[in-house]
Design a protein around this ligand. Structure first.
Ligand code: COA
Ligand code: NAP
Length: 273
């Protein structure tokens, strides 16, 4: 069987695309011929990522914005639209995470993750819609297993990502008439990323996570990138409103014992033991 995925003359925008999983997604689209724009808070990270995309021979640009700031996201996306035209694919993946129990976190700590993950997704959807190719665009929200599996020390992330997936499902209804598809991807444990550094900070925990994945390994940013290519291209023309785990069946296995491990660890730290 031969299959060619060609994003030449297509515009792909990746919000939060300057490190980890989302940068891997941006790079994979670039390798398949797309014009790619990325955005995040850090000027240095945006510049470094645009340079790496250009080194792959892609037309690339970036802008600095905090997803909590709707005006900044609107202004940045307008700049991308001016230069690159209608968006064929919009990926929204900016997020924040730290392990803390509800008893151990302030209201502002809870709010900061809800504002980045949930309000940030809302802002990207709200500001992005006008620039999407209609019909034909594909929107991908990057979610997490915490959206549907309760996990200790993750109430803020669980609440925010559950909201992200409900935005995805609701917009699949509201945007279908415009010919816009929207889906969520739920990454499993992705090796070498900031997310895993925060949840599995030592080698012993990393090994336990690997052992709890039915497919027997952590994922890579390219694993998530390949799922984004699929959802971004014509192969998935009739798929919208789907929450797609790309996780080696980790979430089917309840994400192993990460919840109880994190709960015990964080309670110990918070009680000063
Ligand atoms: N435990 C408990 N509370 C914590 C915490 C922790 N480990 N880390 C941060 N907080 C609290 C802060 O104390 C603050 O609350 P306060 O004002 O009541 O003291 C609140 O969270 C916001 O922290 P702040 O550092 O001001 O927020 P920020 O907007 O600068 O950064 C974060 C947002 C905290 C999510 C930061 O970790 C971040 O930028 N993360 C992005 C990268 C990331 O998380 N990657 C993984 C993605 S899965
Ligand atoms: P990461 O490297 O920390 O990536 C987060 C990206 O978002 C960075 O580019 C960061 O850049 C940007 N960002 C963070 N806060 C922002 C804000 N307020 N405004 C704009 N941009 C912001 O994390 P990752 O581990 O690769 O995670 C990427 C995505 O995958 C997240 O949505 C996460 O929830 C999801 N996920 C990860 C895993 C995993 O195993 N890592 C598992 C499940 C789900 P700046 O710092 O420059 O802003």
């Amino acid at each position: 069987m031969s299959l060619t995925i060609d994003f030449s003359d297509r515009t792909v925008v990746v919000i939060g695309g300057t490190s980890g999983i989302n940068r891997g997604v941006a790079e994979l689209f670039a390798r398949h011929g797309a014009r790619v724009a990325v955005a995040s808070r850090s000027d240095d990270k945006v510049t470094a990522t645009v340079e790496s995309l250009q080194a792959l021979d892609a037309e690339a640009m970036g802008f600095c914005a905090d997803v909590r700031d709707l005006d900044a996201i609107e202004a940045g996306l307008a700049q991308v639209h001016d230069k690159f035209g209608d968006f064929d694919v919009l990926v929204s993946g900016a997020a924040g995470n730290f392990p803390a129990t509800v008893n151990g976190m302030s209201a502002n700590a809870f709010r900061s993750v809800v504002e980045i993950d949930l309000m940030g997704t809302f802002h990207v959807m709200k500001a992005g819609f006008q620039h999407l190719k209609k019909p034909g665009a594909s929107v991908i929200n990057i979610s997490a297993p915490q959206a549907f599996l309760p996990m200790q020390a993750q109430a803020h992330v669980c609440s925010a990502k559950a909201g992200v997936d409900m935005i995805t499902r609701t917009l699949s209804l509201e945007w279908g008439h415009a010919g816009v598809r929207i889906n969520s991807i739920v990454p499993g444990p992705i090796d070498g990323t900031e997310g895993m550094a925060r949840l599995a900070p030592d080698e012993a925990t990393r090994r336990r996570v690997v052992e709890s994945v039915p497919l027997g390994r952590m994922g890579s940013p390219a694993d998530i990138g390949q799922a984004c290519l699929f959802l971004g291209c014509d192969l998935s023309n009739y798929i919208s409103g789907v929450i797609l785990p790309v996780d080696g069946a980790w979430s089917q296995a309840g994400c192993g014992d990460l919840s109880s491990y994190l709960g015990d660890l964080v309670r110990q730290i918070e009680s000063g033991k």
